[in-house]
Design a protein around this ligand. Structure first.
Ligand code: ZN
Length: 488
């Protein structure tokens, strides 16, 4: 079976065909770095990590670009209000770049804990001002933007009337967008309320500013993704991803910008992850349910009954398909924690299974096949997980002596868990990885005692220690260079 992905633009599943196989270019909208990473960051981080991991598993060479928005982004609307990073910098009396770098580091630390692989390139908006100015020029030259009071605006109506459709991705109707009656900053300079800023003139108190042909100012938010994706992936690339909240106006505007600057849409497949809710409510600072990842890992938010490990969060997110909404609650997280524990115990137990040669064949290959088909069907991780649970039941039966497995079946079990749980779902065994320093210390201590026994020619004690270690899965090897050990 071939990989099929759901394309938000065409609203159907399509067979994935990269432009230049085996290379795949994927661009995903990254975080705006003026505050700590929260639950809303975990889902896109993990969703596109799965896409990244699975494409690599299929043998593609993926260049994954995820940007850092450190300038110009104003939540909900690219044109209005004060720059969040500049505002925080003013309040804390530091350079805006200090804020951006501080929160970039914290964001990456949180993603590392969630075992989200780092993208191939993480460009920042402030490092690509020249490229953004260049695209503004291209759009002006094409006749789809106008200069007004030192600002440059994209002419949405002209673009829409010239056979392009503004609203093609989000399915919004232009008439509704034009009839917005909100009286907001900058509206007097615009030809139309739906027009969006490509370049904004900076007010005198605005710290983040760059020279441009139109004014000292800063780029509009939608522009950075068009500029950075084109720079690193070319002006036509395979996958553009992000959260569903970015569909409009951000991604809609990215399409319009690319069409005007390059003559075509930027990407072949638009992939969007759905939103999360907390106990049935939208997450928001004003609702008091705004939970950062750090609070989740430490259990310090008042809505949390306990701490949840990063792998519990990851596993919980993967138990839902990325296009479904996902509701966080203590009950659901506790259930995910239990489920994950069961899978990891089964995985550890694989090492305790001895194959029996005359055992009837257990159909592990069918489970592997189911997992492959599920991933090929638009990255259906919940189905993968249900097949892993089935494998876990088989492992438990073998351990309890109610079932036998031959050596080929055992190898299949190992491959199933290594490929699907570890490599593709990206689940790591926090218990063993957290315990590793302790285990190493203990083994070293025992080996020192054994060495002492050998010096005293107490061979019986030396052998006894070696056998006891072997019993608990620590294999030791004596050679003339000394003693080495490995976990069985
Ligand atoms: Zn973006």
């Amino acid at each position: 079976m071939e990989l099929q992905v759901y394309n938000t633009l065409t609203r159907k599943k399509e067979i994935f065909k990269p432009i230049n196989p085996p290379h795949v270019g994927m661009y995903v909208c990254g975080p705006t770095v003026y505050g700590d990473a929260h639950l809303g960051h975990a889902r896109p981080g993990i969703t596109f990590d799965i896409v990244f991991r699975y494409l690599k598993f299929l043998g593609y060479k993926v260049r994954y670009v995820r940007n850092i928005t450190d300038v110009g982004h104003l939540e909900n609307d690219a044109d209005e209000g004060e720059d969040k990073i500049a505002k925080k910098a003013r309040l804390e009396q530091v350079e805006p770049m200090e804020i951006a770098q501080f929160y970039t580091k914290r964001y990456l630390d949180a993603m590392d804990l969630l075992n989200v692989l780092r993208p191939s390139i993480q460009p920042s908006a402030s490092g690509h001002i020249i490229e953004q100015i260049d695209i503004v020029k291209k759009i002006l030259d094409a006749g789809y933007a106008y200069v007004s009071g030192g600002n440059v605006y994209f002419d949405v109506l002209k673009y829409h009337n010239d056979t392009h459709k503004y609203g093609i991705l989000s399915n919004r109707v232009i008439e509704d967008m034009l009839q917005t009656t909100r009286e907001l900053d900058g509206q007097k300079e615009k030809h139309n309320p739906a027009d969006f800023a490509l370049w904004k003139k900076a007010e005198p108190e605005h710290i983040m500013r760059w020279p441009s042909p139109w004014s000292d100012g800063f780029p509009g938010w939608h522009l950075e993704c068009t500029a950075m994706s084109a720079k690193y992936l070319g002006d036509k690339f395979d996958i553009h991803g992000g959260g569903l909240d970015l569909l409009f106006p951000h991604h809609e505007s990215e399409i319009a910008q690319s069409v005007c600057a390059f003559g075509h849409e930027p990407t072949n497949y638009w992939i969007h992850n759905n939103m999360i809710t907390i106990a049935g409510q939208k997450m928001g600072k004003s609702l008091g349910n705004f939970i950062t990842l750090e609070e989740l890992f430490n259990g310090t938010h008042k809505l949390l009954e306990k701490a949840y490990s990063p792998m519990t969060i990851r596993f919980f997110i993967l138990q839902a398909h990325y296009r479904s909404t996902l509701d966080f609650s203590n009950e659901a997280l506790t259930a995910a924690e239990k489920g994950l524990k069961r899978l990891l115990e089964a995985q550890r137990n694989i090492n305790n299974i001895t194959p029996s040669n005359n055992a009837a064949e257990l159909d592990i290959k069918a489970l592997i096949n189911n997992c492959k088909e599920a991933m090929d069907d638009d990255f259906n991780t919940p189905i993968v997980i249900s097949n892993l649970f089935e494998a876990a039941s088989i492992i438990n039966k073998i351990i309890d002596g109610k079932e036998k497995i031959n050596s080929e079946g055992l190898e299949d079990l190992k491959a199933l868990f290594n490929n699907y749980l570890v490599d593709i779902l990206g689940i790591k065994d926090e218990q063993t990885s957290n315990m590793m320093p302790t285990i190493e210390g203990l083994v070293k201590m025992i080996l020192d005692v054994r060495q002492e026994a050998r010096m005293n020619k107490d061979w019986a004690k030396s052998d006894q220690l070696r056998d006891k270690l072997a019993e608990i899965g620590v294999k030791i090897k004596d050679s003339k260079d000394g003693v080495s050990w490995s976990l069985d």
